[in-house]
Write a protein that binds this ligand. Structure first.
Ligand code: ZN
Length: 310
């Protein structure tokens, strides 16, 4: 049977003011804003997508930015850390850059074979820059960060759940993940193809409380699948494993199914096609407000309700 899950597709978080969000992710972190659209389920809120040049699966960080949103609480039942992969020689560059941009960060430290630089975005979302993976992906050098230091995409996610064995079981028995290491306090899993951007760590900070949704928290994590057909197959396997999986939803740039894994984290499986060049040329990605066809008739009022961003 062909492989059904390739690794991570995108990660979606709740943010605060959209301009602060764009400034941080596209300027400070140097990701490319590849799509400016709306939350299809709440059309007065943006949906902003950042990634590499074309927004390939495994590079896409997305936000629903709500100005003035109440902060959530990072804790159990959530993706608690989003980790980005950077080149091995770029840790010093990034520490300097974060300091210059007055970003809240901690000194880099070693964790196994990797060097980790923990930081927070302006809404308190926990991020890491991780150097140490053999990652040949090319980062986007078209922004303020030169290509030699650019973020290449995700390294992985850290998920905190009360019973990690149940989440591990779903990932290994149904979602084609394998355990890479099992140390006290941290189980590391990776997609079976071992591709960059597919790590899932199951780990919690000491005394973690129940996570509460709100600003600065992750809403869901999406895994990548090749096609509508592989999505149909993985959906069947998830249903057989007892998951309550939604029908396929058209997200314009991918097709999605959603379910809650046993620890309460919202998982999505998203198709790689059609991707972000569906409705914009590569050179123009992220420059215009794109609406799904069924909302075009409401464009005027939608535009009036959104905060302009640069
Ligand atoms: Zn999603």
């Amino acid at each position: 049977m062909s492989q059904l899950i390739n690794g991570l597709h995108h990660i979606t978080a709740l943010g605060g003011h959209p301009q602060t969000n764009v400034d941080f992710y596209s300027k400070t972190l140097g990701l490319r804003l590849v799509k400016k659209t709306i939350n299809f389920d709440a059309t007065d809120v943006y949906h902003l997508y950042y990634g590499d040049e074309t927004g390939q699966p495994g590079t896409i960080m997305t936000f629903f930015p709500y100005p003035g949103i109440q902060r959530g609480r990072i804790g159990t039942g959530q993706v608690i850390i989003t980790s980005f992969s950077i080149p091995n020689d770029s840790i010093d560059y990034w520490a300097r850059r974060l300091e210059e941009h007055k970003v809240s960060f901690q000194s880099p430290s070693r964790r196994g074979d990797e060097t980790v630089l923990p930081l927070e975005d302006p809404d308190g979302l926990l991020l890491e820059l991780v150097a140490g993976e053999n990652d040949q992906r090319k980062g986007w050098g078209g922004g303020e960060v030169p290509e030699e230091h650019a973020i290449r995409g995700f390294f992985g996610v850290t998920i905190c759940v009360v019973n990690p064995k149940a989440t591990q079981h779903l990932l290994t028995n149904t979602m084609e993940y394998s355990v890479v290491s099992d140390k006290p306090g941290r189980i590391r899993l990776q997609a079976s193809n071992g591709s960059p951007g597919s790590i899932v760590d199951l780990a919690c900070p000491p005394n973690a409380q129940r996570g509460l949704s709100g600003g600065g928290t992750i809403h869901h994590v999406a895994f990548s699948t090749d096609s509508d057909e592989t999505q149909r197959q993985i959906r069947e396997k998830l249903v057989d494993a007892g998951m309550q999986v939604t029908q396929v939803l058209d997200r314009q740039y991918f097709h999605s199914i959603y379910f809650r894994e046993p620890g309460g984290v919202l998982f999505e499986v998203a198709t790689n096609p059609p991707g972000f060049i569906k409705d914009e040329e590569v050179a123009d990605l992220g420059t215009a407000l794109k609406l799904p066809p069924w909302e075009e008739k409401n464009r005027k009022s939608i535009e009036q309700n959104l905060i302009p961003i640069r």
